[in-house]
Design a protein around this ligand. Structure first.
Ligand code: SAH
Length: 469
């Protein structure tokens, strides 16, 4: 190990930054954030530094660097573009044994600045020993996605209850086990989902109840898996996917998303294919309750968004009734995903001021939509599950006043490498579906906005995309 990682207390201590540009500004900001008294020395000092200085604790000296500037500092950073000045700063600091960082020159200074993930008071610092700041930044962005924003505040919660836990659990091993279970269980999840008071209550309960049932308490995460591309998952979805013990998923959840689940998690297919449910909805609802009661962290993964034609509401209705804790994580719904990846904005100042989402499939297999509403001008209509009823759909739209030449698009397997987009008109759509053997999942977009695709299409995977007159 080339360096010793340490965290330096610079609260109200005197630090020096030599340099007045943007790079220096970033260092000033960091020292200032860590509570240091910062002196900036440079003939010219940029606006960004003056802005930080206006908050106090930053002194600006508009003059060239001289050796005496390093006197009495606890840390020095050289951030000028002139290597000769930087070297002089480093030498002056070294003579007085003051730690010195020279930006981008770990060979001249004697400490480097890590890439940091800030969840104050939790700070994660990454160093590559100065060999590759880019690598450190890449690693940092990966960790950023894994560590919930509220992690730091969770640390404050722990501090509040540390003494109580100490009294309750005699040995270090017991305490460690308690915290490990608590911080990976419902208390932390309740906390991360923003219910901090409830989390504190749950923590208190867990402390007082030593053979705590509560720690065994399972929970359900109803998570939107998006339309297919795993990059479209939210950070929270990603985290819950990686910690669940059991996963219930349906047909629309892509293989790539499923591959992100824990390898040892139990996976249960509850596939849905229109009315052909692999497991009836009621059974799914009951299964969720049962699994959570066994103390498991249950992930219910749904294609797109769970609350848009996803029956997510029904599933959590039962959970709520049976007092099983749950949380809902939104996903990118097919309309948003398919629109973006096919280059068809759903609204546009010139073409559509509103957009409606409808399902082309109703409980008893018929389509009974509000045709008056769907044929309003300057509106985009997005139809989910519309393939089977496409003939009726198009016929009714035309019958109620939509022009036969109204542009329309079919987006099959949107956002995936198999995405296929076919455009036509409301009149030609049913024929296209037959001829091109369009298969579910396919989203139908109807409206003038479809014409924008000609210019805005950007995602064209090799597997065919065709536009028809
Ligand atoms: N909850 C989901 C919708 C479930 S209904 C969501 O928010 O997206 C299922 C319908 O969604 C499919 O019949 C299809 O119309 C649409 N759909 C879902 N994923 C799709 C995809 N990747 N490409 C095209 N359509 C999709």
């Amino acid at each position: 190990m080339k360096h010793l990682p340490i965290f330096l207390d610079i609260q109200n201590k005197s630090c020096l930054v030599v340099g007045g540009g943007e790079v220096a500004a970033r260092k000033v900001a960091l020292l200032h954030q860590a509570g240091g008294q910062v002196t900036v020395v440079a003939p010219e000092i940029c606006e960004a530094i003056s802005r930080i200085a206006s908050e106090g604790n930053v002194e600006q000296l508009h003059e060239p660097f001289s050796n005496s500037h390093v006197d009495g500092r606890v840390a020095v950073i050289a951030a000028t573009s002139d290597q000769e000045v930087n070297t002089r700063v480093a030498m002056a600091a070294r003579r007085l044994n003051i730690p010195c960082n020279v930006v981008d020159r770990p060979d001249i200074g004697n400490f480097t600045m890590p890439s940091i993930i800030n969840r104050d008071p939790v700070i994660i610092a990454i160093s590559t020993g100065g060999s590759s700041p880019v690598l450190a930044r890449l690693l940092r962005s990966r960790l950023e996605t894994l560590i919930p924003a509220a992690y730091g505040r969770l640390a404050s919660l722990i501090v509040r209850y540390r003494n109580e836990v100490k009294q309750q659990f005699g040995s270090t091993a017991q305490r460690r086990r308690f915290w490990e279970r608590t911080l990976q269980g419902p208390v932390a999840e309740i906390f991360f989902s923003g219910r901090e008071k409830e989390a504190a209550e749950a923590l208190k309960e867990a402390i007082s109840d030593t053979d705590s049932q509560d720690l065994q308490r399972g929970e359900v995460y109803l998570v939107g898996a998006g339309p297919g591309d795993p990059d479209l998952l939210t950070f929270r979805a990603m985290r819950l996917i990686q910690q669940a013990d059991v996963v219930l998923y349906d047909r629309l959840v892509s293989k790539e998303v499923l591959a992100l689940t824990r390898r040892d998690s139990e996976k249960i297919y509850v596939g849905k294919e229109k009315s052909n449910h692999a497991i009836p909805q009621q059974e799914i609802n009951t299964k969720l309750v049962e699994l959570a009661r066994e103390g498991k962290r249950v992930l219910r993964l749904k294609g797109g968004d769970p609350f848009i034609f996803g029956r997510g509401g029904e599933e959590i209705d039962q959970l709520s009734g049976e007092l099983v804790p749950f949380q809902v994580v939104p996903g990118i719904t097919a309309a948003a995903g398919c629109a973006a990846y096919s280059g068809i904005p759903l609204t546009h100042r010139d073409y559509a001021q509103s957009c409606v989402f409808v399902t082309g499939h109703l409980k008893d297999g018929s389509i009974d939509l509000n045709w008056e509403l769907l044929t309003q001008p300057d509106q985009t209509v997005v139809v989910y599950m519309g393939l089977t009823g496409i003939e009726t759909l198009c016929r009714q739209l035309i019958h109620h006043g939509t022009s036969e030449s109204m542009p329309a698009a079919l987006v099959q397997q949107g956002t995936t490498p198999h995405q296929r987009v076919i455009t036509g008109t409301v009149k030609t759509l049913p024929e296209i579906v037959k001829q091109e053997r369009v298969k579910p999942p396919t989203l139908i977009i109807i409206g003038e906005v479809v014409t924008l695709r000609e210019k805005l299409s950007w995602f064209n995977p090799d597997i065919g995309s065709s536009d028809q007159p």
